[in-house]
Design a protein around this ligand. Structure first.
Ligand code: NAP
Length: 287
């Protein structure tokens, strides 16, 4: 039986959607912290189990009878490493054989606070745990692009502290499809995969594609982090969130998110969504 954590979140829920296309519901379990948000999964016959990553006894109970766990990483600013250690320890105690962990892409040595540091700790802990592991280094979601460039785009030009940095964006649903394919096939014991789009794009590319789609010039100007953060705070984001957005841009500038890898393309059997396809569907639907 395969258990997916974070099953009421985006990636976890979409992974279960894909699993259900190839695997009987009776062989799929979902870990949620609020069962009332998982009624659609219950209706589809998925075995919904309740536990919080901070609740060790509940995790052990939830993992009983499970062979493979997909640990969807916890959200930033919440002591991710402790939560992940709890899940790994509980999985081992409950007799789980194989744990998949959703890490973040690392195509350079740049360490992104709140994300890469806890991923590094989790990966090391998992490798030392004795569990069979598979590490998925997920690329930056296309769905996160709007946070970086702001809702004023495409009406306004793009300002971001990303320099010439590039990002190998990937749609979250394509990550979910690739993850479901890995969970239901063999040959992934103690393997590490980087799951990205087939191309990496700079913010100049984003501006160029938006210009082509809108039929009017939209520029990109690389800014310093401080005015970018101030602009985000003025737009209503808390300071730590605005700073977090700036850090992602800095990560891009350092090449952390730029590496491309054909694993998703091979698993999907087609090219993942391109920048132009994503921008058209998101900003110019029907065009
Ligand atoms: N690669 C990227 O661009 C990118 C972007 C954003 C996030 N991420 C990372 O990838 C993960 C999955 O992304 P996503 O879009 O699916 O995020 P999401 O929609 O926020 O889902 C996160 C899931 O984790 C669950 N969760 C959080 N804390 C938990 C806890 N203490 N105990 C049990 N469950 C807990 C949430 O439960 P609830 O439904 O109850 O809230 C939710 O189901 C994120 O958590 C984050 O680590 C990656």
């Amino acid at each position: 039986m395969i258990l997916v954590t974070g099953a009421t979140g985006g990636l976890g829920h979409e992974t279960i959607d894909f699993l259900l296309t190839t695997t009987p519901a009776a062989e799929i379990a979902a870990l949620v912290r609020d069962v009332s948000k998982a009624s659609d999964l219950v209706q589809r016959g998925v075995d919904v189990r309740q536990a919080d990553y901070f609740d060790y006894p509940a995790l052990v109970q939830a993992f009983r009878g499970i062979e493979k766990v997909l640990l969807v990483s916890a959200v930033a600013f919440t002591d991710r490493a402790q939560q992940h250690r709890n899940v790994i320890d509980a999985a081992r105690e409950a007799g789980v054989k194989h744990l998949f962990y959703t890490s973040i892409q690392r195509s350079s040595d740049f360490v992104l606070a709140q994300v890469t540091e806890s991923d590094l700790a989790t990966e090391a802990y998992l490798k030392a745990s004795g569990l069979t592991y598979t590490i998925l280094r997920n690329g930056y979601y296309f769905e996160g692009l709007g946070y970086l460039i702001g809702s004023e785009v495409p009406e306004a030009e793009i300002h971001a502290p990303a320099g010439e940095g590039r990002i190998a964006f990937i749609r979250r649903t394509e990550l979910a499809a690739a993850t479901a394919a890995l969970l239901t096939s063999t040959g992934h014991d103690n393997q590490e995969y980087t799951l990205t789009g087939s191309e990496a794009y700079s913010f100049h590319d984003v501006a160029r594609e938006l210009s082509a789609l809108s039929g009017r010039p939209i520029g990109y100007r690389s800014s310093e982090p401080a005015p970018y953060i101030a602009q985000k705070v003025a737009a209503g984001f808390p300071d730590f969130v605005a700073t977090f957005f700036a850090q992602w841009c800095t990560a891009a500038q350092h090449g952390m998110l730029a590496g491309t890898d054909d694993t998703v393309e091979r698993l999907l059997g087609r090219k993942p969504t391109s920048l132009r396809e994503y921008l058209r569907a998101t900003y110019f639907p029907g065009a």
